[in-house]
Structures are given as structure tokens and as C-alpha cells.
Design a protein around this ligand. Structure first.
Ligand SMILES: [Zn+2]
Length: 170
């Protein structure tokens, strides 16, 4: 069993966001955007926009500067990232211990802990925002292909089974 680094209040923050946004299934209203993460959405029902589209509408940059370990811990470490991703990373940071985030005495142990928490947050963001949608898409594709071409649809289409290497000769 894995131990959580901290009890997360993300569910309570999500509930607050759903109330603020006026819906439990919010998404950016800009056609083709698809952003549906409550952490990256602004406005209210029927006029919800993601941070990036809100920034663009206001003539501001859609990329922002992010301090992965926090300004106090590592002011020189700075990356630019898409505004929506930045909102998500900042939300993860809310669950960090206050002491680690602020590190008032400049403790090297807390600085190292902040670096590791930041690295963990990157991995969580990649899993949630990049991998999860692709996994869901592949599973939806499987259902669609199975329905159209049968349970061994890749053979019906003459495609190689990439994972076993069998039939790799196209
Ligand atoms: Zn958007």
C-alpha cells in the first residue's frame, strides 16, 4: 500500500470550483478547446473559458513562468509552461506542507523535499493530463474497431500486432 504524502483537499477544492463554475461537468466554451479540468477554468456556466483562452481574449500571453520548487526554495529554477498546466501545478502545490512551501529558514532538507514534491507533481500531471486521455481514447477506439471489424480487428485490417511483433511485416 502506498502512503500518501499528504491528505489532499483537492476534492473539496473541486466542489468549490463546480459551485463557482455553476456545473459539475465544466469545459471551456471555445470550440475545439476541450479543456475540462476545473483547476484550469474560469467564468461561469455558458461562459466558461480556460485560462489560456481567457488570457488570449485579454491580449495576454498564454504561457506563464513557473517556479517548480516555489520561489522561496529555488528562485533561479524557472520554466515556462502553458497557463492551464500552470494552474494545475499550482493547485497540486496547495497540498504541500506550508513549511516546505515557504521554507522560511532556507533549510536544505526542505528545499530538497520541495524539489522532489515538484518532480512528483510533474509525473502526476503527465499521468492525469497527457496519459489518461490517450488511454481512454485507445479503449474507445478498441470498442469502435471491434464493433466494425470483429474481435481481432487488427488482423481483419492487415495491421501488425505491435506488442507481440507478430505480423509486423506490412
Ligand atoms: Zn480553452
Amino acid at each position: 500500500m502506498t502512503k500518501r504524502l499528504l491528505p489532499s483537499n483537492a476534492e473539496a477544492r473541486a466542489e468549490d470550483a463546480f459551485e463557482r463554475l455553476g456545473t459539475r461537468s465544466p469545459h471551456c466554451s471555445v470550440p475545439g478547446c476541450g479543456e475540462s479540468d476545473w483547476r484550469a477554468l474560469t467564468g461561469a456556466y455558458l461562459n466558461i473559458k480556460c485560462y489560456e483562452h481567457r488570457c488570449a481574449q485579454q491580449g495576454r500571453s498564454t504561457v506563464e513562468r513557473h517556479h517548480p520548487a516555489g520561489r522561496k526554495n529555488n528562485p533561479k529554477m524557472e520554466v515556462t509552461m502553458a497557463a492551464n498546466d500552470h494552474r494545475v501545478m499550482d493547485d497540486y502545490k496547495v497540498d504541500w506542507p506550508e513549511e516546505t512551501r515557504r521554507n522560511p529558514e532556507g533549510s536544505p532538507a526542505l528545499r530538497a523535499a520541495a524539489n522532489l514534491r515538484s518532480a512528483r507533481d510533474w509525473l502526476v500531471m503527465i499521468a492525469e493530463r497527457l496519459l489518461a486521455p490517450v488511454i481512454a481514447w485507445l479503449e474507445a477506439l478498441e470498442k469502435c474497431m471491434r464493433k466494425r471489424h470483429g474481435p481481432r480487428w487488427w488482423e481483419a485490417l492487415g495491421l501488425p500486432n505491435m506488442l507481440t511483433g507478430r505480423g509486423a511485416e506490412l
